[in-house]
Every structure is written in structure tokens, then in C-alpha cells.
Design a protein around this ligand. Structure first.
Ligand SMILES: [Ca+2]
Ligand SMILES: [Ca+2]
Length: 254
């Protein structure tokens, strides 16, 4: 049964790529049109042919050994995303319910944060870029995550609830692999959209409707220019404080 569902979602996603309509359930960017006059090589190349989406299964779970190289090394063998599973906690307080991340980790609940702690000694990992901030939820508020206790929702709170968070990451030339898990909360079309970008380049956009399952999204892309890039996650679509949950973000060099 699971295999059938998995195949169905994958085929649905593929058929919607080709239809390329505004209401596509899942879409991913193609490379830039590459106008002939363009002198600079594209710094980031993304191809929708390298996109995979399927219901999360146990063998999708990623567990990395400790990296053996520093993040500043182009051959870094860890996750380039700082606090990609949102499990870093401290006593910083949420903006709406005055709950700390430690409270949320220990007890079921949610709150909104302007920034989140770092797992690599920086002041923060994620910082809000637009909107009220990122909603951090404990497992059980909506659904148990495959990656720890805490998950985020970016269609977070209040009137302009679609929010974005970002962090800066140094990437070298080469091919990278992005993966994350996603859960659509709402049954409405265009209500659970999550967009992941590097600078202004769309890396992955997912917009499913509620199935009750965590979905694994995987996208490879190519970096042609070594640089510090701005990695952002944004909620798009209907702003109603209910959207796509995200967890387990991994960015690895292939
Ligand atoms: Ca988590
Ligand atoms: Ca929404």
C-alpha cells in the first residue's frame, strides 16, 4: 500500500512538472533561460530532472558521522546547514507565548522565534528574513517528525503569517545534494507551499496538500562559483497560519 502511495505521489509530481501550470502541486526550477548574451556562467544550476519526492520511508533517514574537515574546507563532509533539524535549544523566549525552546523541547507546544540557536558556535543559525518569524513546534502538535522533537512551520502567526528564515553558507564549486522532509497541514491547494532558495535562485519548491505523511524531497544542484550564499526557506501561498512543516534539512557535497 505504501509503495502504491509513494509511486502515486511521485507520478503526480512528475506529471505536474510537465504541465507547468500555476496550480502545479510540486514544481522545481529549471535553470535560467540562459540568454545568449549572458556573459557570466550561472553561479547556481538547478535542473528539475534532478528532483525526487516521495513518502518518507525509514531508509530515507540520514544520519551523518561527525565531519572530519572544517566547514571552511571545500571538501567539507558534513551538513552545510546549521541546525537543519531545529533541535538546538536554549532559553531564548518565543514572541507570542513566552515559551523557551527548552520548554518546547520538554513539553508539547509552539511559539514564534525571530532567530534560532547555532549548532556550530555561531550567534544564531537561522534568522527571520520576513514575516513575524518562524514557528517552532514540538512533536505531537501536528505530527511526529522523523528528525527529533522540534519542527518548523513558516506560515506562522498573525496577519502576514508567511515568513522566511535564512542563513549564510559557504559553498565551493561542485555538485550538492539538498534534502528535507515536508508535511502539508492543509487540504487546500496553494496553502502549504515551501520555497528553498540560494540567493535569489529557486532550488526547490514543494506544494502538496494534506496526506498525513511526511514527504522526502531531494534535489541536486551545481555550484559554478565559490561564494558565500544566502540559503533561505519561505512559506508561500495562502496566509492563514497553516502551511507546510519542514524538518531534517541536509545540504551535502556530492
Ligand atoms: Ca527536528
Ligand atoms: Ca497557508
Amino acid at each position: 500500500m505504501k509503495d502504491l502511495k509513494k509511486t502515486a505521489i511521485y507520478l503526480l509530481a512528475l506529471s505536474l512538472f510537465t504541465s507547468c501550470s500555476d496550480n502545479a502541486v510540486f514544481s522545481s526550477p529549471d535553470g535560467d533561460n540562459g540568454s545568449l548574451g549572458e556573459q557570466d556562467i550561472q553561479a547556481i544550476e538547478v535542473s528539475k530532472e534532478n528532483t525526487e519526492v516521495h513518502i518518507f520511508e525509514e531508509n530515507d533517514f540520514i544520519e551523518l558521522p561527525s565531519p572530519t574537515l572544517p566547514r571552511t574546507d571545500c571538501r567539507y563532509d558534513g551538513n552545510f546547514i546549521d541546525n537543519g533539524s531545529f533541535e538546538e535549544i536554549d532559553q531564548r523566549q518565543g514572541l507570542i507565548k513566552n515559551k523557551s525552546l527548552v520548554d518546547l523541547f520538554k513539553n508539547k507546544g509552539w511559539d514564534i522565534f525571530a532567530d534560532l540557536p547555532s549548532s556550530v558556535g555561531n550567534e544564531n543559525s537561522w534568522e527571520a528574513l520576513k514575516g513575524v518569524g518562524v514557528e517552532v513546534q514540538s512533536n505531537g502538535v501536528v505530527k511526529q517528525s522523523p528528525y527529533g522533537v522540534l519542527v518548523i512551520e513558516l506560515d506562522s502567526h498573525g496577519k502576514n503569517s508567511n515568513s522566511s528564515i535564512h542563513q549564510r553558507i559557504k559553498l565551493c564549486k561542485g555538485e550538492y545534494s539538498l534534502s528535507f522532509v515536508y508535511l502539508a497541514r492543509s487540504k487546500k491547494e496553494n496553502d502549504n507551499t515551501i520555497l528553498i532558495s540560494l540567493d535569489d535562485k529557486e532550488i526547490s519548491e514543494v506544494n502538496l496538500t494534506q496526506t498525513g505523511d511526511w514527504v522526502q524531497v531531494h534535489q541536486t544542484f551545481k555550484i559554478n562559483k565559490e561564494n558565500v550564499y544566502d540559503f533561505s526557506i519561505s512559506a508561500l501561498g495562502i496566509e492563514n497560519t497553516i502551511g507546510g512543516l519542514v524538518d531534517g534539512i541536509f545540504l551535502l557535497k556530492n
